[in-house]
Every structure is written in C-alpha cells, then in structure tokens.
Design a protein around this ligand. Structure first.
Ligand SMILES: Nc1ncnc2c1ncn2[C@@H]1O[C@H](COP(=O)(O)OP(=O)(O)OP(=O)(O)O)[C@@H](O)[C@H]1O
Length: 245
C-alpha cells in the first residue's frame, strides 16, 4: 500500500535576487514498509525532497499525501501535530540537546505529546534498550561516541512509534564499521514494519535498503527496487531499473 505520495512537486527557493529551482516536478511513491535511499550528487535536491516529504518544507507547487492526508492542506499547528504522530527525523549532526542525558533526550518528543513522566521514562528506557544503549542512558551526548549519539537520535525518532522515519545522511559522519552497525539497526527496525526514507551518499548503504531513488537536478531520475531474500539485501538482488513514474 502506498504510504507517501509526492505529486508534481516543485520547490523554488528565493536566494538573494535569484530563484533556485531545487525540485522540478517530482513524482514519487513510498509504500508502507519500504526502506528507500535517496541518492544523487550534491545540490541535486535530496534534502529538500526529504524535508518536503517530511511535512517540514511546503512545496511551491504540488502535493504530498501521507496516509491519505494532504499534509500541506493542514493548518500549521495541525501539521505540527501530524508530524509528531507520524514522522521521526534523524539528522546527520544528531541534534541532541547537549545538557540533557541520553534518556532525557529520548523523552523529549513524549513530553511534547504530554505523556506522563512515568510513561516517558518507561518508553525511553525500552527504546534505548532496543538500540543497545540501556547501560549508557544517563550519559550526556558529549560522553558518547558518534555511533552512540546516532543511536540516541534514532531512539528519539522512534520513541512514540511513528510509522515513518526520515534520515538525512545518518552515516555521513561515522566510520565504516559504525556506519554498518547503524544501517543494520535501521534494517532491523524496517523488518519490524517501520517505513524509512534516507538520504545517503554511501553506495554501500544500498546493501541494506529495498528501494533506491536517484535524484538529479531536482527530478527523480531512476528508481530501483531490491528484493529482500532471507532478510538480507544485496545489490546483486536488484530486480528492476525503471524510469520513475
Ligand atoms: N534554504 C535555501 N535557500 C536557497 N537555496 C537553497 C536552500 N536550501 C537548498 N537550496 C538550494 O537548493 C538546491 C538543492 O539543495 P539540497 O540541499 O536539497 O541538495 P542535496 O542534494 O541535499 O545536497 P547535498 O548532498 O549537498 O546535501 C541547491 O542548489 C541548494 O543550494
């Protein structure tokens, strides 16, 4: 079933006196349970597409429909509520709050959604356990490695069980081995049903995804679907290479 539909999306930024056409007629469908990589050269529009899909960045033209909801038709406050319930974000620089511990960082989205203190703590602890950080829950971000900070950011993104996570270059600042561990974590979350859309420059990450989309000059250039065999993906399993929509 199609969970996210991007329909004829244009995004034009005003930069000084200039107009930058960051997205130029994008059509894309993300199915429920998909794990999609957005790849492409620097400046091609990947992050813009991610934020437009993530209900954070209104398109100049076109629509984004998530679970049959036309997200930019929602008033700003309702769109913020929608984001809180439907979408988790993981950014390359993690964006953890430096003076809060790991568990306090993970509790934040639940505090915003007005969960009780006990629910916040119980859910944050259980999700930190899931990402392998239960022992370090009381550390500040500065007392954690890059991979561990990434795990906290992932825990924070999934703590209120949104159906979708968007990640922008989540392995960009990690060494190869840590990057592989993080991709393995994303893959196991996807196997549990989480829909994930990820911007990445790293071709190795294609080993973990089900669907790769190439973005060039603000358009979706090609799409490839991978077939998952026994829970493991391989680039050799690419089964189709079709022109996008
Ligand atoms: N807020 C903004 N104002 C003006 N121009 C912008 C803004 N954000 C992005 N752009 C421009 O839009 C185009 C697409 O940028 P975007 O960040 O989406 O590309 P990207 O593919 O994610 O790049 P990278 O891989 O380098 O992160 C670029 O030309 C960029 O300079």
């Amino acid at each position: 079933m199609s969970l996210i539909q991007v329909k004829d999306v244009m995004k034009i930024y005003q930069s000084g006196g200039e107009q930058v056409r960051a997205l130029d007629g994008v059509n894309l469908e993300i199915r429920e349970g998909d794990f999609t990589a957005l790849m492409g050269p620097s400046g091609s529009g990947k992050s813009t597409l991610l934020t437009v899909m993530g209900a954070l960045n209104p398109p100049s033209e076109g629509k984004v429909i998530i679970d049959d909801i036309d997200v930019y038709q929602l008033a700003v406050e309702r769109r913020a509520d929608f984001r809180s319930n439907y979408i988790g974000f993981v950014f390359q620089q993690f964006q953890l709050i430096s003076y809060l511990t790991a568990v306090e960082n993970v509790m934040l989205p639940l505090a915003i959604l007005r969960y009780s203190q006990k629910e916040q703590l119980d859910l944050a602890n259980s999700v930190l356990e899931k990402v392998g950080l239960a022992q370090k829950r009381n550390r500040l971000p500065s007392q954690l490695s890059g991979g561990e900070q990434e795990r906290v950011a992932i825990a924070r993104a999934i703590v209120n069980q949104p159906p979708i996570v968007f990640a922008d270059e989540p392995t960009g600042s990690l060494d190869t081995k840590t990057g592989e561990e993080i991709m393995g974590l994303f893959q196991s979350l996807n196997n549990e049903g989480l829909t994930i859309v990820m911007v990445t420059h790293n071709e190795e990450n294609l080993n973990y995804v089900k669907h790769a989309v190439s973005v060039r000059d603000g358009v979706v250039d090609t799409e490839r679907r991978t077939e998952v065999l026994g829970g493991h993906n391989s680039q050799t399993n690419l089964v189709s290479d079709s022109q996008a929509l």
